[in-house]
Design a protein around this ligand. Structure first.
Ligand SMILES: C[S@@+](CC[C@H](N)C(=O)[O-])C[C@H]1O[C@@H](n2cnc3c(N)ncnc32)[C@H](O)[C@@H]1O
Length: 260
Protein backbone atom coordinates (compact mmCIF):
# COMPACT_ATOMS: atom_id res chain seq x y z
CA UNK A 1 0.00 0.00 0.00
CA UNK A 2 1.31 3.50 -0.81
CA UNK A 3 2.05 5.75 2.10
CA UNK A 4 1.14 9.39 1.46
CA UNK A 5 3.91 11.61 2.69
CA UNK A 6 3.41 15.36 2.92
CA UNK A 7 6.31 17.19 1.24
CA UNK A 8 8.65 18.45 3.97
CA UNK A 9 8.45 22.25 4.34
CA UNK A 10 11.59 24.10 3.29
CA UNK A 11 11.38 27.29 5.38
CA UNK A 12 9.82 28.52 8.62
CA UNK A 13 7.10 30.37 6.68
CA UNK A 14 6.40 27.24 4.56
CA UNK A 15 6.13 25.08 7.66
CA UNK A 16 3.85 27.64 9.30
CA UNK A 17 1.64 27.93 6.20
CA UNK A 18 1.40 24.15 5.99
CA UNK A 19 0.23 23.85 9.63
CA UNK A 20 -2.24 26.75 9.25
CA UNK A 21 -3.78 25.34 6.09
CA UNK A 22 -4.08 21.69 7.19
CA UNK A 23 -4.13 20.54 10.83
CA UNK A 24 -4.49 23.98 12.43
CA UNK A 25 -7.07 25.93 10.45
CA UNK A 26 -9.03 28.23 12.78
CA UNK A 27 -12.05 25.98 12.35
CA UNK A 28 -10.20 22.79 13.30
CA UNK A 29 -8.48 24.44 16.28
CA UNK A 30 -11.89 25.44 17.68
CA UNK A 31 -13.16 21.87 17.11
CA UNK A 32 -10.15 20.35 18.89
CA UNK A 33 -10.70 22.79 21.75
CA UNK A 34 -14.18 21.27 22.29
CA UNK A 35 -12.46 17.97 23.05
CA UNK A 36 -9.43 19.14 25.01
CA UNK A 37 -11.17 21.92 26.95
CA UNK A 38 -11.11 25.72 27.05
CA UNK A 39 -7.76 27.16 25.82
CA UNK A 40 -6.15 23.73 25.24
CA UNK A 41 -5.19 21.61 22.24
CA UNK A 42 -3.44 18.83 24.16
CA UNK A 43 -4.25 15.70 26.10
CA UNK A 44 -5.91 16.21 29.46
CA UNK A 45 -6.39 19.98 29.02
CA UNK A 46 -6.40 21.83 32.34
CA UNK A 47 -6.37 18.59 34.41
CA UNK A 48 -2.99 17.29 33.23
CA UNK A 49 -1.68 20.86 33.15
CA UNK A 50 -2.55 21.41 36.84
CA UNK A 51 -0.83 18.16 37.81
CA UNK A 52 2.28 18.83 35.71
CA UNK A 53 2.74 22.48 36.59
CA UNK A 54 2.44 21.65 40.32
CA UNK A 55 5.59 19.53 39.94
CA UNK A 56 7.67 22.35 38.39
CA UNK A 57 8.06 24.34 41.61
CA UNK A 58 7.31 27.64 39.86
CA UNK A 59 7.78 30.83 41.86
CA UNK A 60 6.44 34.30 41.08
CA UNK A 61 8.61 36.11 38.54
CA UNK A 62 10.22 32.97 37.12
CA UNK A 63 10.68 32.98 33.34
CA UNK A 64 9.08 30.15 31.38
CA UNK A 65 9.40 29.38 27.67
CA UNK A 66 6.28 27.56 26.38
CA UNK A 67 7.25 25.97 23.06
CA UNK A 68 4.25 25.51 20.77
CA UNK A 69 2.04 27.49 23.17
CA UNK A 70 -1.07 26.98 21.02
CA UNK A 71 -4.10 28.95 22.22
CA UNK A 72 -2.49 29.69 25.56
CA UNK A 73 -3.99 27.39 28.25
CA UNK A 74 -0.71 26.44 29.94
CA UNK A 75 0.71 29.96 29.78
CA UNK A 76 -2.43 31.43 31.37
CA UNK A 77 -2.43 28.80 34.13
CA UNK A 78 1.25 29.40 35.02
CA UNK A 79 0.74 33.17 35.09
CA UNK A 80 -2.55 33.15 37.01
CA UNK A 81 -1.73 30.50 39.59
CA UNK A 82 2.02 31.02 40.06
CA UNK A 83 2.80 34.57 38.88
CA UNK A 84 5.25 33.20 36.29
CA UNK A 85 6.32 35.28 33.28
CA UNK A 86 5.59 33.15 30.24
CA UNK A 87 6.96 33.56 26.74
CA UNK A 88 4.78 31.53 24.37
CA UNK A 89 6.35 30.70 21.02
CA UNK A 90 4.34 29.18 18.20
CA UNK A 91 4.57 28.54 14.49
CA UNK A 92 0.85 28.75 13.73
CA UNK A 93 -0.62 32.20 13.04
CA UNK A 94 -4.09 30.76 13.63
CA UNK A 95 -3.13 29.49 17.09
CA UNK A 96 -1.44 32.80 17.93
CA UNK A 97 -4.49 34.80 16.77
CA UNK A 98 -6.79 32.93 19.16
CA UNK A 99 -4.20 33.06 21.97
CA UNK A 100 -3.99 36.88 21.60
CA UNK A 101 -7.79 37.19 21.79
CA UNK A 102 -7.88 35.12 24.99
CA UNK A 103 -4.91 37.06 26.43
CA UNK A 104 -6.83 40.33 26.04
CA UNK A 105 -9.93 38.80 27.66
CA UNK A 106 -7.89 37.63 30.65
CA UNK A 107 -5.90 40.86 30.92
CA UNK A 108 -2.64 38.98 31.52
CA UNK A 109 -0.42 41.18 29.33
CA UNK A 110 1.92 41.93 32.22
CA UNK A 111 2.81 38.23 32.53
CA UNK A 112 2.30 36.53 29.15
CA UNK A 113 3.58 37.30 25.67
CA UNK A 114 2.96 35.25 22.54
CA UNK A 115 5.39 35.39 19.65
CA UNK A 116 5.54 33.86 16.19
CA UNK A 117 8.57 31.68 15.58
CA UNK A 118 10.20 28.31 15.14
CA UNK A 119 11.96 27.10 18.28
CA UNK A 120 14.79 25.79 16.09
CA UNK A 121 15.63 29.40 15.15
CA UNK A 122 15.78 30.64 18.76
CA UNK A 123 19.10 32.15 19.88
CA UNK A 124 18.04 32.47 23.54
CA UNK A 125 20.95 31.86 25.91
CA UNK A 126 20.51 31.10 29.64
CA UNK A 127 17.27 33.10 29.86
CA UNK A 128 14.58 30.73 31.15
CA UNK A 129 14.07 29.01 34.50
CA UNK A 130 11.84 26.47 32.74
CA UNK A 131 11.42 25.34 29.13
CA UNK A 132 8.02 23.70 28.82
CA UNK A 133 6.07 22.16 25.96
CA UNK A 134 2.89 20.15 25.47
CA UNK A 135 2.47 17.79 22.54
CA UNK A 136 4.34 20.03 20.10
CA UNK A 137 7.71 18.33 19.53
CA UNK A 138 6.07 15.72 17.29
CA UNK A 139 6.09 18.47 14.63
CA UNK A 140 9.89 18.91 14.85
CA UNK A 141 12.15 16.51 13.00
CA UNK A 142 15.58 17.74 14.05
CA UNK A 143 15.42 16.62 17.68
CA UNK A 144 19.20 16.98 18.23
CA UNK A 145 18.99 20.67 17.29
CA UNK A 146 15.77 21.08 19.31
CA UNK A 147 17.32 19.80 22.57
CA UNK A 148 20.57 21.69 21.93
CA UNK A 149 18.54 24.90 21.48
CA UNK A 150 16.52 24.27 24.64
CA UNK A 151 19.63 23.36 26.63
CA UNK A 152 21.18 26.71 25.63
CA UNK A 153 17.98 28.66 26.36
CA UNK A 154 17.61 27.38 29.95
CA UNK A 155 19.57 28.93 32.86
CA UNK A 156 22.05 26.65 34.68
CA UNK A 157 20.00 24.66 37.21
CA UNK A 158 16.80 25.23 35.21
CA UNK A 159 14.24 22.65 34.14
CA UNK A 160 12.98 21.11 30.91
CA UNK A 161 9.49 19.58 30.95
CA UNK A 162 7.48 18.36 27.99
CA UNK A 163 4.82 15.85 26.97
CA UNK A 164 4.64 14.27 23.53
CA UNK A 165 3.07 11.56 21.40
CA UNK A 166 5.42 8.56 21.15
CA UNK A 167 5.86 5.32 19.26
CA UNK A 168 4.89 2.31 21.35
CA UNK A 169 7.66 -0.28 21.79
CA UNK A 170 5.98 -2.88 19.52
CA UNK A 171 5.53 -3.19 15.74
CA UNK A 172 3.56 -0.50 13.92
CA UNK A 173 0.63 -1.14 11.61
CA UNK A 174 0.59 0.28 8.07
CA UNK A 175 -2.38 2.46 9.10
CA UNK A 176 -0.38 4.06 11.91
CA UNK A 177 2.72 4.55 9.74
CA UNK A 178 0.48 6.13 7.13
CA UNK A 179 -1.14 8.46 9.69
CA UNK A 180 2.23 9.58 11.06
CA UNK A 181 3.68 10.16 7.57
CA UNK A 182 0.59 12.00 6.36
CA UNK A 183 0.73 14.33 9.39
CA UNK A 184 4.50 14.80 8.96
CA UNK A 185 5.09 13.76 12.60
CA UNK A 186 8.48 12.73 13.95
CA UNK A 187 7.96 10.26 16.83
CA UNK A 188 10.23 8.33 19.21
CA UNK A 189 9.68 5.70 21.85
CA UNK A 190 9.67 7.04 25.42
CA UNK A 191 13.00 5.30 26.02
CA UNK A 192 14.70 6.78 22.92
CA UNK A 193 13.40 10.24 23.77
CA UNK A 194 15.10 9.93 27.17
CA UNK A 195 18.40 9.10 25.44
CA UNK A 196 18.09 12.10 23.07
CA UNK A 197 17.59 14.42 26.05
CA UNK A 198 20.68 12.98 27.79
CA UNK A 199 22.74 13.32 24.61
CA UNK A 200 22.00 17.07 24.62
CA UNK A 201 23.69 17.34 28.03
CA UNK A 202 20.67 17.33 30.36
CA UNK A 203 20.94 15.54 33.71
CA UNK A 204 18.36 13.99 36.09
CA UNK A 205 16.42 12.82 33.03
CA UNK A 206 13.03 11.24 33.81
CA UNK A 207 11.27 9.63 30.83
CA UNK A 208 7.78 8.64 32.03
CA UNK A 209 5.59 6.31 29.98
CA UNK A 210 2.03 7.71 30.19
CA UNK A 211 0.51 5.50 27.48
CA UNK A 212 -2.18 4.11 29.82
CA UNK A 213 -3.18 7.58 30.99
CA UNK A 214 -3.35 8.66 27.33
CA UNK A 215 -5.85 5.84 26.71
CA UNK A 216 -7.98 6.98 29.67
CA UNK A 217 -8.07 10.55 28.34
CA UNK A 218 -8.95 9.40 24.81
CA UNK A 219 -12.14 7.84 26.25
CA UNK A 220 -12.95 10.92 28.36
CA UNK A 221 -12.42 13.16 25.32
CA UNK A 222 -14.56 10.99 23.05
CA UNK A 223 -17.38 11.28 25.60
CA UNK A 224 -17.24 15.09 25.33
CA UNK A 225 -18.15 15.04 21.63
CA UNK A 226 -21.68 16.20 20.79
CA UNK A 227 -24.07 13.22 20.55
CA UNK A 228 -25.86 14.72 17.51
CA UNK A 229 -23.48 13.14 14.98
CA UNK A 230 -21.61 16.38 14.32
CA UNK A 231 -17.79 16.34 14.12
CA UNK A 232 -17.75 12.81 12.59
CA UNK A 233 -14.14 13.14 11.41
CA UNK A 234 -12.94 13.82 14.98
CA UNK A 235 -15.00 10.88 16.34
CA UNK A 236 -13.43 8.59 13.71
CA UNK A 237 -9.94 9.87 14.44
CA UNK A 238 -10.39 9.38 18.24
CA UNK A 239 -11.76 5.85 17.76
CA UNK A 240 -8.71 5.02 15.64
CA UNK A 241 -6.37 6.46 18.27
CA UNK A 242 -8.09 4.34 20.94
CA UNK A 243 -7.45 1.16 18.91
CA UNK A 244 -3.80 2.09 18.29
CA UNK A 245 -3.35 2.92 21.96
CA UNK A 246 -4.90 -0.41 23.05
CA UNK A 247 -2.56 -2.29 20.67
CA UNK A 248 0.38 -0.47 22.31
CA UNK A 249 1.29 1.23 19.03
CA UNK A 250 0.60 4.81 20.01
CA UNK A 251 2.04 6.01 23.29
CA UNK A 252 2.48 9.21 25.23
CA UNK A 253 5.41 10.36 27.35
CA UNK A 254 6.16 12.99 29.99
CA UNK A 255 9.78 14.11 30.24
CA UNK A 256 11.58 16.08 32.90
CA UNK A 257 15.28 16.96 32.98
CA UNK A 258 17.67 19.57 34.41
CA UNK A 259 20.45 21.67 32.93
CA UNK A 260 23.54 21.43 35.18
C1 LIG B 1 -0.94 20.03 19.52
S1 LIG B 1 -0.62 21.74 19.52
C2 LIG B 1 -0.41 22.00 21.27
C3 LIG B 1 -0.67 23.42 21.69
C4 LIG B 1 -0.45 23.73 23.17
N1 LIG B 1 0.87 23.32 23.59
C5 LIG B 1 -1.49 23.08 24.04
O1 LIG B 1 -1.10 22.34 24.96
O2 LIG B 1 -2.67 23.35 23.87
C6 LIG B 1 1.09 21.85 18.93
C7 LIG B 1 1.57 23.28 18.72
O3 LIG B 1 2.96 23.29 18.40
C8 LIG B 1 3.21 24.35 17.45
N2 LIG B 1 4.50 24.11 16.78
C9 LIG B 1 4.80 23.12 15.91
N3 LIG B 1 6.07 23.20 15.51
C10 LIG B 1 6.63 24.26 16.16
C11 LIG B 1 7.93 24.86 16.16
N4 LIG B 1 8.92 24.37 15.41
N5 LIG B 1 8.15 25.96 16.93
C12 LIG B 1 7.13 26.48 17.68
N6 LIG B 1 5.88 25.94 17.71
C13 LIG B 1 5.62 24.86 16.97
C14 LIG B 1 1.99 24.24 16.55
O4 LIG B 1 1.80 25.39 15.76
C15 LIG B 1 0.87 24.00 17.57
O5 LIG B 1 0.33 25.21 18.04
Amino acid sequence: MDILISAPPTSVEDHSAQLDSTQYTRESILKYEKIFGHNFISTGGIDTTREIVKSLNLQAGMKVLDVGSGIGGSAFHMAQEYGAHVHGLDLSHNMLGIAQERLQELNLNSHVIFEFGDILESAADSIYDVAYSRDAFLHIEDKARLFETLHRAIKPGGLLFFTDYCWGEGAHSVEFLEYVAQRGYDLHTVRDYGKLIEQAGFVEVHAMDKTELFGEYLHIELDKLPKDGSMPEIRKSWNEKIVRNQRGEQGWGWFMARKM
